[in-house]
Design a protein around this ligand. Structure first.
Ligand SMILES: [Zn+2]
Length: 164
């Protein structure tokens, strides 16, 4: 179940395109547990649309990498990876938002009380969400992800590919 709601007081965010902090919130959605809110925003200066994430969480989720290193789970990294994979495909912003929403919800569920997931779980969950939306994006993500199993390295690599 998802809640759509319009809140009274919402802080403005700095526009990633023009740097001004004068935006309008178009839509706010919370996750199942009500612990995170994703907002679609429109910059009133330049018209750019962007998304912000707010999480009400005392304990961050820890991602355990294959080599044993730990790092905090960061949905914006997943978003960067997905953006690279869906580039030039006609996938709507709303669909990407939905994918991110589902990934975030499911990762938080998988993490449970240990607050821990593996980098593999993050990658596989991303693939699971991409599959029904775009086979091309799925294959792009899978080909790079399976070779690296490390979100940082993966993003670096996929951005390199996108530039070339
Ligand atoms: Zn702007």
């Amino acid at each position: 179940m998802h809640f759509h709601h319009h809140c009274g007081i919402i802080n403005n965010m700095r526009c990633p395109r023009c740097g001004k902090d004068n935006d309008k919130v178009l839509e706010s959605r919370s996750n199942r547990e009500g612990t995170s809110i994703r907002r679609r925003r429109k910059c009133l200066e330049c018209g750019h649309r962007f998304t912000s994430y707010e999480r009400i969480e005392e304990k961050p989720i820890i991602v355990v990498k294959k080599d044993g290193r730990h790092q905090p789970f960061d949905i914006s990294k997943v978003e960067r990876g997905i953006r690279q994979c869906t580039e030039k495909l006609s996938i709507k912003q709303e669909e990407i938002d939905e994918i991110l929403h589902n990934i975030e919800d499911n990762i938080y569920e998988m993490a449970g009380t240990s607050n821990t997931v593996t980098s593999q779980q993050v990658g596989e969950e991303t693939l699971r969400q991409l599959y029904p939306v775009s086979r091309v994006a799925y294959v792009r993500f899978a080909s790079v992800y399976r070779a690296f199993d490390d979100l940082d390295q993966f993003i670096e690599e996929i951005e390199k590919l996108a530039k070339s």
